[in-house]
Design a protein around this ligand. Structure first.
Ligand code: GCU
Length: 402
């Protein structure tokens, strides 16, 4: 009897594991700095024709587009233009936090017929006469979930409003469901028919990260029309997979004045050629829907990718860039995320701007004197009120010095 139960349990276990899970478990993960393969990094300043970029003009008008194309073609996919029918409607507005702020919901209609839409939840400081700077980012579990007490450290609205900033957020799944991790059944939204990729730019080779980045640009389109918002001071922000999306949005859409990558890890800010923590084979096996199919050819072959992630973050230059890690988040490779912040310096230098210092900083000692900032927070993979505090200070410094 006992053997039969064990057998059934084994069968159940095997059935509940998907093909992807089994494959993913077979991919070796290295956590040992001594076992990092010898690698050489592609130089972001080396043009495809072998010429070295000499000045900011050449970077902006020639090299930048080359790197953007590498990531569009080989990793995330191209982001299509915003749809013609894009328009907006305010759904609700109320005063919150004892008069400190305004909370409103704006529906982003993606077509004239109003068949496809997603909602953005906006918090703005109340009784402020001038247009305010904003943070715009996606959330994992739905807009209402960001108001939940348990999310108060991830979305410390009150703290941010007190500093004079606004925050806009939208649910990632309302734009494009996240495969198996999707919470889509819970609420009605744009993705009734399977997400934006199933409806718009059909057949285009773009992954979910590109779709989320596209959604962030649609959010910008609305925010630019809101007279309470300073459209020249909208930072795009994201945690983890949504940090990858924030980087891709910030790289493509230069209207975002600042980019914040929180624990974005593999295919985010972390240098891929270190092959430590999550790697290409593992990420593309667990989350193939995030990428273009071209990315398949780089499984186990990080060194063949024609750029590395410092090339991606370089696309933020000369705008302020903040990369942050957490000490226990080895899966995302904190050291590799910091290396990107460091290695982007030559590109910022073309614009006469400074990068981060050459030594890996101590935990909880943010480095934000220049236009590139970095910190490694003590603790786990997460975005916390502490992280937000640093992003707000960094934005204040940069917006003031303009
Ligand atoms: C997984 C995934 C990471 C991702 C993270 C997250 O751990 O492997 O690449 O950043 O989920 O989004 O929380």
């Amino acid at each position: 009897m006992k053997t039969r139960t064990t057998l059934w349990m084994l069968v159940w276990l095997l059935c509940s594991l998907s093909f992807q899970d089994v494959m993913a478990q077979e991919i070796a993960i290295n956590y040992d700095e001594n076992k990092i393969p010898a690698y050489e990094l592609p130089d972001p300043l080396l043009m495809n024709n072998g010429e070295k970029v000499k000045n900011a003009r050449q970077w902006t008008h020639e090299r930048r587009a080359e790197i953007l194309e590498i990531f569009a073609q080989e990793m995330y996919g191209h982001i299509p233009a915003r749809p013609e029918g894009l328009h907006f409607k305010k759904m609700s507005e109320e005063t919150v936090y004892q008069g400190l702020g305004i909370r409103k919901v704006v529906r982003i209609y993606l077509d004239k017929a109003e068949q496809h839409w997603f909602d953005i939840l906006i918090h703005l400081p109340k009784n402020v006469k001038h247009p305010v700077p904003m943070f715009a980012g996606l959330n994992f579990k739905g807009n209402d979930a960001t108001l939940d007490e348990r999310a108060s450290s991830r979305w410390p609205y009150e703290q941010i409003l007190k500093e004079g900033f606004g925050v806009a957020t939208a649910w990632r799944d309302a734009i494009e469901p996240d495969g198996r991790d999707s919470k889509i059944e819970e609420t009605e939204n744009v993705c009734k028919d399977g997400g934006v990729r199933a409806w718009y730019n059909k057949g285009g080779d773009w992954g979910a990260i590109a779709a989320w980045a596209w959604g962030l640009s649609c959010m910008y389109d609305y925010l630019a029309t809101d007279s309470s918002v300073d459209a020249s001071k909208i930072a795009v922000i994201g945690h983890s997979r949504l940090g990858k999306a924030a980087l891709w949005a910030g790289a493509n859409d230069t209207r975002f004045a600042m980019v914040v990558s929180n624990n974005s890890g593999c295919c985010g800010a972390a240098i891929s050629r270190r092959v430590i923590g999550e790697n290409f084979a593992r990420i593309n096996t667990s989350f193939p829907h995030w990428f273009t199919r071209e990315f398949d050819k780089y499984m186990h072959k990080e060194a063949n990718f024609p750029a590395d992630q410092h090339g991606l973050v370089a696309l933020v230059a000369p705008r302020p860039l903040y990369i942050a890690s957490a000490t226990e988040d080895l899966w995302a490779d904190p050291k590799g995320e910091w290396l990107s912040a460091l290695l982007v310096a030559p590109v910022y230098k073309l614009f006469g701007k400074e990068g981060v210092k050459a030594d890996y900083p101590a935990p909880d000692a943010p480095e934000m004197d220049g236009v590139v900032a970095y910190h490694v927070r003590t603790g786990k993979h997460d975005i916390t009120a502490y992280d937000w505090e640093q992003y707000v200070s960094f934005a204040k410094r940069n917006y003031k010095s303009e």
